[in-house]
Design a binder for this molecule. Structure first.
Ligand code: NIG
Ligand code: FE
Length: 429
């Protein structure tokens, strides 16, 4: 029966046990159980432990085991489902042409400032119907699921007007209904400045606060408010005003911070107690320390740095400073057209100097914390949602080691098999 599952004989049950972000050294603690088992009942984890103990207990409990499916994970590592806590997954059109310009030396920001980049996706997204956006969204979710992602965050921000911002958020609600994966929506109306608002960014923030945020909040179309806090986009003062006012309406704060230049986004995130600050390529030591102290999750997006040929964010420094780091893809049609979790893991390990253990924590429990959901997902703890990945390899160490290639064999969402490489005819299992 759906939602009832026993996974046993896992070479490693990587529990990532915890109910809040792990900071600093604690990021290396994965709570591994050798030869482990996990029991999921009605979509929720009910037991974890060594296989012999779990099975003995189950049998002694007198519980009717007939509704349970069983998966033998002998020789395979079992982990919590990955959480992609930063994406821009609902958009119209693509920007392959712009990528070609960037290969010839054009900069990402120059393209944006001459009306391309995010603004060209805005035009395409305004034109796209709900059905087109939903259909494209479902395909993207299917690809993410195959990488082991069981919860994904998605941002609006390709509308920059009331109607299209709401349309994007409604499409995310629809995707959440149609697809087994959980989609966590973020309102990002402050993603770029339209030409008609150039030099009048304050008026644009006023418009968003008066005309869009109240509807987004009252209809619960988003859980977070995000802003592109960047030179020549939205300033620190403008970002502070938007996020503080949106928080009064119930939207929790996130920031695209210090991505292209050092503006002080990390400091602002600490000051206002944002749930996460993301990118942080150019964040200052002081800003990162302030974030660590304030418990703001640092969400790092290594594939964006790779794609923009920018220096990587200083993940090692952040963890050594006692911070909580999460990793995500930043999947979007411009700065990072990739939903590849294996690429995120490999780049974080090789160029941000994270250990394999830290990579796993950053993709699970800390990513859950970046979405304010560490109580419900991100680890294999009794009471949490039954979201699980089974690798084709015996250890979590294969995740950053198999460069750019997915090690995920099966994905379970709320106790039900949602993806199985073995059934795709891709490989014998
Ligand atoms: O996270 N920097 C702003 N937003 C996205 C890119 C969006 C786009 O290029 O379409 C980012 O990099
Ligand atoms: Fe982004």
């Amino acid at each position: 029966m759906d939602g009832n599952l026993i996974i046993k004989n896992a070479s490693e049950l990587v529990t990532c046990s915890g109910f809040a972000a792990k900071r600093g050294r604690a990021m290396s603690e994965l709570g591994i159980i050798a030869d482990g088992a996990v029991v999921i009942e009605q979509g929720q984890i009910s037991r974890i432990g060594p296989t012999t103990e779990v099975m003995t207990e189950l049998n002694a409990s007198g519980k009717d085991l007939s509704p349970f499916e069983t998966i033998d994970a002998f020789g395979k590592a079992v982990l919590p489902g990955f959480i992609d806590s930063h994406t821009h997954l609902v958009f119209g059109g693509y920007r392959a042409e712009e990528y070609a310009w960037r290969l010839k030396g054009d900069s990402y920001m120059d393209i944006l400032h001459r009306g391309g980049g995010i603004l060209s996706t805005v035009t395409a997204t305004r034109r796209a119907s709900r059905e087109e956006l939903t259909e494209a969204g479902l395909k993207r979710l299917a690809s993410m699921l195959a990488f082991g992602v069981t919860t994904v965050e998605g941002k609006s921000g390709y509308g920059l007007d009331r109607e299209t911002e709401i349309k994007q958020l409604e499409v995310m609600a629809e995707l959440n209904r149609l697809h087994p994966m959980d989609v966590v929506p973020t309102f990002m109306g402050a993603h770029a400045v339209l030409p008609e608002y150039k030099g009048r960014e304050e008026a644009y923030i006023d418009f968003m606060l008066k005309e869009v945020v109240p509807e987004v909040a009252s209809r619960r179309l988003a859980e977070f408010c995000d802003v592109f806090c960047e030179q020549n986009v939205f300033s620190i003062a403008q970002s502070r005003r938007l996020l503080t006012r949106a928080a009064e309406s119930g939207l929790k704060s996130k920031l695209h911070a210090d991505e292209i230049v050092h503006l002080g986004g990390a400091e602002l995130a600490a000051e206002i107690g944002a749930v996460s600050a993301d990118h942080l390529l150019h964040a200052s030591d002081g800003g990162l320390r302030a974030m660590a102290e304030a418990g703001v999750v640092a969400t790092l997006l290594p594939v964006t740095a790779f794609s923009l040929r920018e220096p990587y964010a200083r993940g090692r420094f952040m963890i050594d400073a006692g911070g909580a780091v999460a990793l995500a893809t930043d999947f979007n049609p411009g700065s990072c057209f990739s939903e590849s979790i294996p690429l995120v893991a490999a780049l974080a390990a090789l160029y941000m100097n994270l250990s394999s253990e830290e990579v796993v924590t950053a993709l699970t429990l800390n990513a859950a914390a970046a979405l304010g959901r560490a109580q419900a997902i991100g680890s294999l703890d009794p009471g949490k949602q039954g979201d699980v990945v089974i690798l084709e390899n015996p250890s979590y160490r294969f995740i950053p080691y198999h460069l750019g290639v997915s090690t995920v064999e099966k994905v379970i969402k709320r106790g039900t098999l949602a993806f199985d490489k073995c059934r795709q005819g891709e490989r014998p299992c």
